[in-house]
Design a protein around this ligand. Structure first.
Ligand code: THU
Length: 130
């Protein structure tokens, strides 16, 4: 199986575990690191709404917890036309990505669009250049 199909399958499966009783909008994410490892996340909402976390944040946290630090590709899936990472998540992806990091948007059937981090966040906040 090629990496895009694996990212899709992992994100789709993880999305089923999303905890989204307030928005009813389930999101899944899967990361492929530059070193070839896969990590997943889903959104986890909270009765105190700002405590909720996005799917991308969960996948980034799993990657970091496992000692990996470089995002090569990330796939985000939701039951909508073209899910894109929110601004907060773009900044999280930028912390561990590079300008050519691929961001795939998928609906529940297929990948609908692939863009780079540079496309979606041409400039991001950095304390120092990598
Ligand atoms: N959400 C994500 O998980 N990722 C995104 O890129 C956009 C939004 C979640 C947050 C919240 O649980 C729900 O989708 C509705 O905003």
């Amino acid at each position: 199986m090629d990496s895009i199909n694996k990212l899709f399958d992992l994100a789709k499966q993880t999305r089923l575990n999303a905890y989204a009783p307030y928005s009813n909008f389930k999101v899944g994410a899967a990361i492929l690191t530059s070193g070839g490892k896969f990590y997943t996340g889903c959104n986890v909402e909270n009765a105190s709404y700002p405590c909720g976390t996005c799917a991308e944040a969960g996948a980034v946290a799993a990657m970091i917890a496992d000692g990996e630090t470089e995002i090569g590709e990330i796939l985000i899936i939701a039951d909508t036309d073209c899910i894109l990472p929110c601004g907060n998540c773009l900044q999280k992806i930028a912390e561990f990505g590079h300008k050519d990091t691929l961001i795939h948007s998928a609906d529940t059937k297929k990948v609908v669009k692939t863009q780079t981090l540079k496309d979606l966040l041409p400039q991001s906040f950095v304390l120092k250049e990598k």
